[in-house]
Design a protein around this ligand. Structure first.
Ligand SMILES: [Fe+2]
Length: 294
């Protein structure tokens, strides 16, 4: 079978057919998917009922895996999945739905804010791959905004203004937006802010994009209220419905997206007692977007 990538709904979403993710890929297959990611930013695969091991093996085709340490308030004995996975389910380590007020659930509500995965790391991620193992009937869509299109739609004056801006990202900032602030001293150290360029360029397509994320708390050299107001304006621009694709999940879907080119968020689920089992593997980026402060 040969791989085909069909444009779906929007010019930044591709639907892939002709590939079984439980089987090893040829170098040609990998190249075709990499090219598809550069072109679309988001690729959708249906009917991929894969195991955790198969998801890890597929992810490794695109680079080194990011290990999920230092990215959550989970304690070691609270993990449901291995450290190759970001557990973005609503489940605890025994597979039961987290209680409404559980600290882990409160922290994970931050995923409902528009963000780019791992932008709080010095080396942020390249791709995220999210596999749907179970999903409620209503709600829980993941929405995506394709940032090269968002950048292109800015006026020239704004493009000039943002060209060399540097932002500061931290999980403390994104969670703080929802009023989650009871971090331990250890968590505060783990989530210390990092710096990123606000404008990034795709190495292959040469298209520029705005590197926005809920993790941004300030712009270097700006007063915080002014920075936050400016970032909020950018966010409003970037998330206009005309830029957004909303993915309704079915069991067996795997969606991969380029965090360097996309922002995303998860929408609420109506019935909070229903299980949502989503497992994310992440490909690490090649390096920092800028030099960090000494
Ligand atoms: Fe995410």
């Amino acid at each position: 079978m040969t791989i085909a990538i069909k444009q779906l709904h929007r010019d930044f979403v591709g639907q892939v057919s002709g590939l079984d993710l439980s089987k090893p890929l040829s170098l040609t297959d990998v190249k075709q998917i990499e090219d598809g990611m550069d072109k679309f930013g988001i690729l959708i695969f249906h009917n991929q009922n894969i195991t955790d091991e198969q998801q890890i093996a597929y992810t490794r085709n695109f680079g080194e895996l990011e290990l999920h340490i230092g990215s959550n308030v989970l304690k070691a004995d609270e993990r449901r999945l291995s450290i190759e996975f970001a557990d973005v389910s609503n489940l605890d380590q025994s597979g039961e739905v987290l209680k409404r007020g559980d600290r882990r659930r409160m922290f994970n509500l931050g995923n409902r804010l528009w963000h780019s995965d791992s932008s709080f790391r010095v080396t942020p991620s390249k791709f995220s791959l999210l596999s749907c193992r179970s999903t409620p009937d209503i709600g829980g869509n993941t929405e995506f905004s394709f940032m090269p299109a968002v950048y292109d739609a800015l006026n020239e004056e704004t493009k000039k203004e943002i060209e060399s801006l540097i932002t500061e990202h931290s999980l403390i900032y994104s969670r703080g937006q929802l009023g989650f602030s009871d971090f331990s001293e250890e968590e505060k150290t783990m989530f210390a802010p990092v710096r990123h360029a606000l404008v990034r360029k795709n190495e292959f397509t040469k298209r520029k994009s705005i590197y926005l994320s809920a993790h941004i708390g300030t712009i270097i050299g700006w007063e915080m209220p002014e920075a936050r107001d400016f970032i909020r304006e950018m966010m409003e621009h970037a998330t206009q419905r005309s830029f957004v694709y909303s993915h309704k999940w079915s069991v067996g879907d795997l969606v991969m997206w380029d965090n360097r080119q996309c922002m995303h968020r998860v929408r609420p689920i109506r019935d909070t007692a229903e299980k949502r089992d989503m497992r994310r593997t992440t490909v690490a980026g090649r390096g920092p977007t800028i030099l960090q402060e000494a």
